[in-house]
Design a binder for this molecule. Structure first.
Ligand code: SAH
Length: 262
């Protein structure tokens, strides 16, 4: 394995190791070489809903544990996932914690790493191609563009049930050129209303991209004033992009998700 490993020399449990691996946004071709190497060598792969099933085929030798949803459709509590990673590593296993996109972009990878650090477990981070950039890219939308967008923010649209979205709308609406919302489908109406209220012009282009980079990718383009109506059918997982760069979609769209065209 490449890369320096600070924890290697001073860990208390030398036996096992956990790799927090970013699996990329969906298209299996966007897994990194290091991620692939980890999967091939894993004793255990702990994965969830967003990690691409096709990637699991690279680890046929491994015990594969799905921690995405319990049978009652509730998510498995994070503390249980952390405990599982610790337990498997303590048993001497090479564990891959496979996560969608990048493990440190809204993936709770940071919390898992903290739990491992606290337990004295050796871990390594394998960054992944985040959906925040790759999904717009597959819709022909560069998140920055000379003369058009010099700043970009990744924002969570998720809020705990019935809580309002706790964001600095003024700062986002007026201070950042491209806004990329993850987990925002349910909050789309709030996001749009809040941005307009905070001064973003109603004609600002907006794209909503469902299942980006996959054969089921859907792209809806509009403006702050009409995107809600246009994107009624959109389901998670989706990315919402707000900003002038969305206007490039028309000329830069390149990805045809229809398998026949491949
Ligand atoms: N760590 C992940 C993000 C996890 S949060 C990453 O770096 O990509 C989950 C959210 O990611 C989803 O709600 C959705 O907003 C976004 N997402 C992930 N994959 C996606 C895809 N293929 N298409 C659209 N959105 C996606």
């Amino acid at each position: 394995m490449h890369g320096n490993d600070y924890t290697e020399s001073n860990n208390k449990h030398p036996s096992g190791v956990v790799y927090l691996v970013g699996g990329g946004p969906g298209d299996p071709g966007l897994l990194t070489l290091r991620g692939l190497d980890c999967l091939k060598r894993a004793d255990v792969v702990v994965h969830d809903r967003l990690s691409n099933d096709e990637l699991l085929a690279y680890a046929p030798q491994a015990e594969q544990i799905d921690v995405g949803k319990l049978p009652d459709h509730h998510p498995i509590p994070q503390t249980q996932i952390n405990a599982l990673l610790v337990e498997k590593a303590r048993a001497g296993k090479t564990v891959v914690r496979l996560k969608g996109g990048d493990p440190f972009v809204f993936g709770r990878g940071g919390e898992e790493a903290q739990a491992l650090a606290e337990a004295g477990i050796r871990f390594k981070i394998v960054p992944g191609v985040t959906s925040a950039i790759a999904v717009p890219a597959y819709a022909g939308i560069p998140v920055t563009q000379r003369g058009m967008a010099r700043s970009v923010a990744f924002i969570t649209g998720h809020s705990a049930d019935s809580e309002p979205l706790d964001l600095n709308w003024q700062a986002l609406a007026q201070g950042v050129d491209t806004l990329v919302f993850l987990m925002g489908v349910k909050s789309l109406p709030v996001i749009i209303a809040s941005l307009m209220e905070a001064g973003r012009p109603t004609g600002t282009p907006v794209a909503v991209i469902e299942r980006g980079t996959s054969p089921r990718q859907k792209v809806i383009v509009g403006t702050l004033s009409d995107i809600q109506e246009k994107a009624m059918e959109i389901q998670p997982p989706s990315i919402i992009v707000v900003g002038e760069v969305v206007s490039l979609h028309d000329t830069l769209k390149w990805f045809d998700p229809a398998p026949a065209s491949k």
